[in-house]
Write a protein that binds this ligand. Structure first.
Ligand code: RFL
Ligand code: PHB
Length: 390
């Protein structure tokens, strides 16, 4: 088998890259180790920046998102039992966000690829990337009980944090930066109309909680918990009780409904630099992770592949390596802006487990300043919608 771009991983990064390249007549093969059903139902992100929406439009997969996505112009910050609206659009010259589940983005991307009969293989095993420093790298893998070899010009490592591409880079090349947080999120998807028109980020004496949504009939809710939390010890009633306590404000009740899914997500910050080596280019979670508080992971992944697609179009069209050579450098400015914003939101909203009252007072002072000062609110808003200069 031969292709120009071997794409490892059918998450948002790999799939979007394949659709963008196809629009420019550049062939690729996408290899995914999980099943189609698994990747289409893995519940994760829900907030798309305007730039991400525009990239999905460019990739030709935005029709359903345009019909079903919920356009939001603000978010709520809650602390000391009060809610304050941050008017994102007013503060950023009209930018907005779209609430549309990552599961739906992935379904639309997979359908677009398979409808055209383009190669996207699920349930591949033992993917290995070789000869990345030559002009013809090779990717080998098991599929349908046989070993295959794929020759290519470029490998796109879009295989997430636990993938094989980053580890294919020899020791000593990458510098990695990591921060582990003593928190995790317990998330639920519930069949009940969201109790708020906009997302609510709540700082409370019992820890952080977030009210989000997927559609007018589906709520998505999160609670700060310990990374080692055992989901078996969190029956639905306990989760709703805790959400009521953390999100409740006078005169407002959280609507409950059947819990359709629940899980615990650990929180971590991670960056690997540079995001390229030889003819291997890393994109998305394969190169960097952010804690979910800033809603940046999916958006960063899409931003990376937007730049990678542009560089590959230039390379295959003109032979110029200029954009490819500067790919990592061009990604990392935004990566570090998002790393900082996600760390800042996480630190401001999550309660330490040691009962440090001084830290709690600092958090509330920062929240109060953020909603009271137009300068501080604008800083949050431009980072949240993705227009902040890196
Ligand atoms: P993905 O989605 O992890 O996809 C990588 C794909 O590669 C496959 N794979 C392999 N395939 C072949 N061979 C191998 N050896 C392979 N190893 C792995 C995997 O099966 C998978 O299909 O990475 P990608 O494409 O870079 O996308 C990144 C995003 O998924 C991630 O950053 C976001 O989900 C993070 N995130 C959020 N981001 C946002 O922008 N906004 C949000 O609101 C938001 N909320 C969240 C989130 C992540 C969460 N969790 C569960 C981590 C909320 C949560 C709870
Ligand atoms: C979500 O809807 O899953 C979501 C929203 C905002 C975040 C993280 C996750 O910051």
């Amino acid at each position: 088998m031969r292709t120009r771009v071997a794409i490892i991983g059918a998450g948002p990064a790999g799939l979007t890259l394949s659709c963008l390249l196809e629009r420019h007549g550049i062939d690729s093969v996408v290899l995914e180790n999980k099943s189609r059903d698994y990747v289409e139902h893995r519940i994760r992100a829900g907030v798309l920046e305007q730039g991400s929406v525009e990239l999905l439009e460019e990739a030709g997969v935005a029709d359903r998102m345009g019909r079903e996505g919920l356009v939001h112009h603000g978010i709520e910050l809650q602390f000391d039992g009060e809610r304050h609206r941050v008017p994102l659009s007013d503060l950023t010259g009209g930018a907005s966000i779209v609430i549309y589940g990552q599961t739906e983005v992935v379904k639309d991307l997979i359908a677009a690829r398979l409808d055209k009969g383009l190669p996207l293989l699920f349930e591949v095993d033992d993917v290995a990337v070789d000869d990345i420093c030559s002009i013809q790298p090779r990717v080998s893998f098991e599929h349908d009980g046989r070993r295959h070899e794929l020759e290519c010009d470029v490998v796109a490592g879009c295989d997430g944090f636990h993938g094989v591409c980053r580890t294919a880079i020899p020791d000593g090349v990458l510098t990695t930066y990591t921060r582990e947080y003593p928190f995790a999120w317990l998330g639920i998807l519930a069949a009940v109309a969201p109790s708020s028109d906009e997302l609510v980020y709540a700082h409370s004496r019992r820890g952080f909680a977030l009210l989000s949504m997927r559609s007018p009939q589906l709520s998505r809710l999160y609670l700060q918990c310990r990374p080692e939390a055992d989901i078996a010890l969190w029956p639905d009633e306990r989760i709703w009780d805790e959400l009521d306590l953390r999100l409740g404000v006078p005169g407002w009740d959280l609507a409950h409904g059947p819990v359709l899914e629940k899980g615990v997500t650990p929180m971590r910050s991670f960056v690997a630099e540079p995001m390229q080596y030889g003819r291997l280019y890393l994109a998305g979670d394969a190169a960097h992770i952010v804690p979910p508080t800033g809603a940046k992971g999916l958006n960063l992944a899409l931003h990376d592949v937007g730049l990678l697609a542009e560089a590959l179009v230039s390379f295959f069209g003109t032979g110029s390596r200029t954009l490819l050579d500067s790919y990592s450098w061009r990604c990392l400015g935004r990566v570090w802006r998002s790393e900082h914003f996600s760390w800042w939101m996480t630190s401001m909203l999550h309660l330490g487990w040691d009962g440090d009252k001084y830290e709690e007072k600092l958090q509330v002072a920062q929240l109060r300043y953020t909603v009271a000062s137009p300068a501080a609110a604008t800083s949050l808003a431009e980072n949240y919608v993705g227009t902040a200069k890196a």
